[in-house]
Design a protein around this ligand. Structure first.
Ligand SMILES: O=C(O)CCC(=O)C(=O)O
Ligand SMILES: [Fe+2]
Length: 363
């Protein structure tokens, strides 16, 4: 039912096959013209204090093993206000499970292109194999392929491995359940630490008001990495995104404070075993812009494949969101920055306006 509601939201933006089917990356040894991005990503020297495209941002690393949850919550609020991103260690998801999900992700993308195409996402669907859904908004193609899971991965996994799909499903289900639980806990803690009333927290983050999508990404080894784009700049349409980056660098965020105040890109270098957490547009909206929706992209920095696994924790399509501060949810007297919007409507606006979507709901 939820996938139907989302397909309806996407329905106005039905994709053509060439917007869904990724390049057969194994088949090329030079960068095709269709995949050349200029200016080269991450090499905008003027935006870069180090001058070599390798600036690393000191995004907070937060330890979640501390029994004093309130202290961690306070650090999370600060990170959400400044960077919109933090890395979480001792998050309770065993390292073997992270390794297993990474191994299954690599196993999937190592399949021959013809087999992956058996599990291709449908033109207005959510689940399955394909380019990032927002790829259709750009003239050039990104250097990535993805696999999206909402609910059970079984139908698509069966097409990938007709006789051997259970192992993949078990790992994905387990990871999705654990990260969903963690995301709900983090959202509750962040909102509580920001003095949001308990009934508001329950209303927007209860299991019946939220759902998750898991996104497996692969950035294959690229023959010309400085002229290709792993994933184009975007913000996530989520409350929170929990990303496992594996060990390969590539994720960058944009900060207004970098580049001598003019703004610039910097790496979020993966910390071993950490989960990178970022604020999405919808938490930015309910926080009345107190939390920063992290604009991010992926550049190709290492001469090897990179994989990542993102868990998007989102309100269900029919939820109507507005800044909590203006609905009696704390922060009395604050000027309300955004009008109320349903998640379904927001998704529609995002595909129309993309990076300018927030101005469409600004009061
Ligand atoms: O691969 C990454 O590090 C980021 C992926 C991402 O931004 C996404 O899937 O929305
Ligand atoms: Fe993202």
């Amino acid at each position: 039912m939820i996938t139907t509601a989302l397909s309806e939201a996407f329905g106005q933006y039905t994709l053509k096959p060439h917007q869904i089917i990724p390049l057969d990356f194994h088949s090329v040894d030079t960068l095709p013209e269709t995949h050349v991005w200029l200016p080269p990503p991450g090499f905008e020297v003027e935006n870069n204090d180090a001058g070599d495209g390798q600036l690393v941002f000191p995004v907070p690393v937060i330890d979640f093993s501390d029994p004093d949850e309130a202290a961690a919550g306070k650090l999370m609020v600060e990170a959400c206000e400044t960077w919109g991103v933090f890395q979480l260690v001792n998050h309770g998801i065993p390292l073997e499970i992270l390794a297993a999900v990474e191994a299954q992700t690599k196993r999937l993308f190592a399949l021959p292109a013809s087999r992956k195409l058996e599990a291709l996402r449908s033109p207005n669907g959510v689940n399955g194999y394909g380019q990032a859904r927002f790829a259709s908004l750009f003239d050039k193609n990104m250097w990535n392929e993805g696999f999206t899971v909402m609910g059970s991965p079984a139908d698509h996994a069966r097409k990938l491995w007709p006789d051997d799909f259970q192992g993949f499903c078990d790992v994905i289900d387990d990871y999705q359940n654990r990260t969903r639980e963690l995301a709900a806990r983090l959202l509750g803690l962040i909102l509580r630490s920001a003095n949001t009333p308990e009934q508001e927290i329950r209303r927007i983050s209860s299991p019946s008001a939220t759902m998750t999508t898991l996104q497996l990404n692969s950035y294959p080894r690229c023959p010309d990495p400085t002229r290709a784009m792993g994933m184009a700049p975007h913000t996530d349409t989520s409350f929170l995104t929990l990303l496992y980056q594996g060990g390969v660098k590539g994720l960058q965020i944009f900060s207004d404070r970098a580049g001598g105040g003019g703004g610039g890109w910097g790496m979020v270098d993966p910390v071993d075993g950490a989960i990178t957490v970022n604020v999405g547009d919808l938490l930015h909206v309910v926080s009345n812009a107190r939390f920063h929706t992290a604009r991010h992209r992926v550049v190709l920095r290492e001469a090897r494949q990179r994989v990542s696994v993102g868990l998007f924790f989102v309100p269900t399509p029919d939820c109507v969101l507005s800044p909590l501060a203006c609905g009696g949810g704390g922060g009395e007297g604050e000027v309300c920055r955004y009008r109320a919007v349903s998640v379904k409507e927001y998704i529609g606006l995002k595909y129309k306006g993309f990076e300018t979507v927030l101005s469409a709901i600004t009061k």
